[in-house]
Design a protein around this ligand. Structure first.
Ligand SMILES: [Zn+2]
Length: 335
């Protein structure tokens, strides 16, 4: 049964007697927590899933093993600036990716159709004979399909727990993408990051590090970043989407704001499957490099000033002259 359009889902469920809507104004407790998507400092509780075992990475073989699974906190809050939803008690070390493969079923009909659409979307950003890097390639099926569809160029996958393949123009490795060396070495035109950011303790820092790392290497690739969409989760009270392995639930707004805070321009935002999957495309640039240049110049010149003043004073003392120092600290603007 569908709710009539003119009333909210919450009111509809209330009419059916499935929930009780309390419209009295409640005191909202603001939580001091740094948002992992935008860095803002205040949030509000949205879902307390209490302590529960892992959902997709725990494969107990017996009832006893199941009963003994560690229970982990599901303490989700929502940022009051960007709307991002995240588990503020998440600890990446509690997720044993190295012990257990992150199994994904990628052969459902609609999902295969969506993957084809995503591949076509990515291809619109590729030059001829592209170099494409996927970070977190998993079973490698997406990058394999993309390499076959493009037909030329080179395709590299990096995933500490992913498939290993070396075939033609496709190389999938078990390992991390190391910005400091691999941007210079591979000169990628495109980075693909699909269904990775929602697993990370700090997705904003992850993308920022990639963009700065690329620019420092003189590379300005396009980044395609895709995550599960959280807008429908919030609208329809779909609390089954909260599980420990996904410490983030991106909304279209939080994804957009996160991508504004990196060295790059967002050139596209979009979604697939009725917003169940959302993505952003960023073109890396170094327009904020002046911040780094100013810092470097300040650091160098102040260091030179310190050295010069010290040697000047020592020289005066060595000559037996009296040195009187007068000054004040950081008050010049008030004098
Ligand atoms: Zn935020």
């Amino acid at each position: 049964m569908q709710p009539p359009r003119e009333i909210s889902l919450a009111d509809f469920l209330s009419i059916l007697g499935l929930i009780r809507v309390n419209k009295a104004v409640k005191m909202v407790k603001i939580v001091n927590s740094t948002c992992i998507a935008c860095g803002s400092g205040h949030a509000v509780a949205i879902f307390d899933g209490e302590k529960m075992p892992l959902s997709t990475l725990a494969f107990p073989k017996t009832q006893e093993q199941a009963m003994k699974l560690p229970k982990l906190p599901h303490d989700y809050v929502r940022c009051l600036e960007c709307g991002h939803i995240y588990n503020r008690s998440f600890n990446y070390d509690d997720v044993p990716y190295s012990d257990t493969p992150y199994n994904m079923y990628n052969k459902g009909r609609d999902w295969v159709e969506t993957l084809n659409q995503i591949s076509e979307k990515v291809q619109t950003y590729l030059p001829e004979n592209p170099c494409v890097v996927e970070i977190g390639h998993g079973d490698g099926s997406f990058l394999t399909g993309l390499s076959e569809a493009v037909g030329s160029g080179s395709f590299y996958g990096f995933d500490p727990h992913g498939a290993v393949v070396s075939k033609g123009n496709l190389v999938l490795s078990k390992g991390l993408f190391v910005s400091e060396t691999l941007f210079s070495e591979l000169k990628p035109d495109m980075l693909i990051i699909r269904h990775v950011a929602e697993h990370l303790e700090n997705p904003l820092h992850f993308v920022q590090n990639l963009c700065v790392g690329a620019a420092m290497a003189g590379q300005y690739p396009t980044i395609y970043l895709e995550v599960p969409g959280g807008d429908n989760v919030v609208k329809t009270f779909r609390h089954g989407d909260f599980y420990y392995e996904h410490c983030s639930l991106f909304t279209s707004r939080s994804l957009e704001i996160m991508l504004k805070n990196v060295w790059g321009d967002t050139v596209e935002l979009g979604s697939y499957m009725n917003e169940e999957v959302i993505y952003g495309v960023v073109k890396v640039n170094d327009e904020k490099r002046h911040l780094m240049n100013e810092a470097q110049e300040f650091s160098q010149i102040v260091q030179d000033i310190k050295v010069n003043v010290k040697s000047f004073l020592l020289e005066r003392v060595r000559k037996g002259k009296t040195v009187v120092i007068w000054g004040e600290r950081g008050k010049r603007r008030h004098s």
